[in-house]
Design a protein around this ligand. Structure first.
Ligand code: NAP
Length: 292
C-alpha cells in the first residue's frame, strides 16, 4: 500500500479487461482503493498504482471476501461469465450485506433479463434481482459488446488479415472498456444516493463489415470480416480453450447481436462522465500497434 488513507472502495475483477482500466483511472484521480485479487503474483501492474491496496481473495472463499470487505462502503462487482458466475456473485452479495457496504456497482450486461435466451443475460439479471432485494444502493452498468474483445483476434488480423464472428450484418453499438471504467469511477465516488441502471454503449452502431473497414483504413491494408456459422464458431472457441458452457454462451450472445437487438445508442457515458464515448475508429487508432 502506498497511501495511508484507508480505502472505502473495493474493486473486484481488477486484473481483467474493465477492472484493470478502472484501477488505473482511480489511481490517476488519486482515489485510494482496495483490490481483491486471486493471485498477488499476477497483480504486479496493480501493485504499482498509487493508492492501491491489494488483498488476496476468491469469491469461492467467503472468509477472504469478508476480510476484503472490512471498512469498505462502495464495491465494484465483476467476474467473468463462467458457469458458476451466478452463484459466486450471489455469495459475494451475501457477504456485502453482512459487511458495512452501502453501494454495490455491478458490471452487468446490455439487455440483462431473467427470460432472455442468452445465458449470460439471465445470470446477470438474477444477480441484479438479488442485489435489489438487499436494500443496498446499487448501480447496474449494462455495457454492450466490448471493443477490446477484438484484441482476441489481434493475431488473425495481423497475420491473416481477417477476423471471424457470427454477427451477420447487424449493427452493434459497441463500447470501449475505458468508457465503461470512467462511468464506474463516477458511480463509485458519487454523492448521489439513488440507485441507477445504465445501458452503456458507444456513440454509433456499426456492423462487423464496418469494423473491418475501420481496421483497413487505420492499418492501411485490407482486413476482412468472415461471417461463420454457429457450429463453426463453437468448434473454434472450444479448440481455443473456452469451456463449453462459455463457448455456447458466446454463440447465444452473438445470435442476440445478429438479431439486431444491440443497436440502441445510450447517452449514459456522456451523462455520467461529461465526456463522449469513444468511436470505434478511436479504439483502433489507440490499439493499432497490436494489430499491425
Ligand atoms: N466481453 C464483452 O463484450 C462484454 C459485454 C458486456 C458485458 N460483459 C460482461 O463483462 C464481464 C467480464 O468483464 P471483463 O472482460 O473485464 O472480465 P475478464 O477480463 O475476463 O476478467 C475477469 C476478472 O474476474 C476475476 N475473477 C474470476 N473468477 C474469480 C473468483 N472466483 N474470485 C475473484 N475474482 C475472480 C478474474 O481474476 P483472475 O485474474 O484471478 O482470473 C479477473 O480479474 C462479464 O460479466 C461479462 O458478462 C462483457
Amino acid at each position: 500500500m502506498t497511501d495511508s488513507i484507508q480505502p472505502t472502495i473495493l474493486i473486484t475483477g481488477a486484473t481483467g479487461s474493465v477492472g484493470s482500466e478502472l484501477a488505473k483511472q482511480l489511481a490517476e484521480k488519486q482515489i485510494p482503493f482496495r483490490a481483491l485479487v486471486r493471485s498477488l503474483d499476477q497483480a504486479e501492474a496493480l501493485k504499482q498504482l498509487k493508492g492501491a491496496e491489494l488483498v488476496k481473495g476468491d469469491f469461492k472463499d467467503e472468509l477472504s471476501v469478508l476480510k476484503a470487505l472490512k471498512g469498505i462502503e462502495q464495491v465494484f462487482l465483476l467476474s467473468n461469465s463462467s458457469e458458476d458466475a451466478e452463484s459466486l456473485q450471489s455469495h459475494f452479495v451475501d457477504a456485502a450485506v453482512k459487511s458495512n457496504v452501502k453501494h454495490l456497482v455491478k458490471l452487468s450486461q446490455f439487455a440483462a433479463n431473467l427470460n432472455s435466451p442468452v445465458r449470460f443475460l439471465r445470470y446477470h439479471a438474477v444477480v441484479e434481482e438479488k442485489i435489489k432485494r438487499t436494500g443496498l444502493q446499487y448501480t447496474f452498468l449494462r455495457p454492450n459488446l466490448f471493443m477490446q474483445g477484438l484484441l482476441g483476434f489481434a493475431d488473425a488480423i495481423k497475420y491473416q488479415q481477417k477476423f471471424f464472428a457470427t454477427a451477420g450484418e447487424a449493427k452493434i453499438s459497441l463500447i470501449d472498456v475505458r468508457d465503461i471504467a470512467a462511468v464506474a469511477v463516477e458511480r463509485l465516488i458519487t454523492a448521489d444516493q439513488d440507485s441507477k441502471v445504465y445501458d452503456i454503449t458507444g456513440p454509433e452502431a456499426i456492423s462487423h463489415q464496418e469494423i473491418a473497414e475501420a481496421l483497413s483504413e487505420v492499418l492501411h491494408k485490407e482486413i476482412k470480416y468472415v461471417n461463420v456459422s454457429d457450429d463453426e464458431m463453437l468448434v473454434a472457441l472450444v479448440q481455443f480453450g473456452f469451456p463449453e458452457w462459455q463457448a455456447a454462451g458466446l454463440i447465444e450472445d452473438y445470435a442476440h447481436y445478429a438479431r439486431g437487438e444491440a443497436a440502441v445508442i445510450s447517452h449514459a457515458v456522456q451523462d455520467v462522465t461529461g465526456k463522449s464515448p469513444r468511436k470505434f475508429i478511436d479504439f483502433v487508432e489507440d490499439y493499432k500497434t497490436l494489430f499491425e
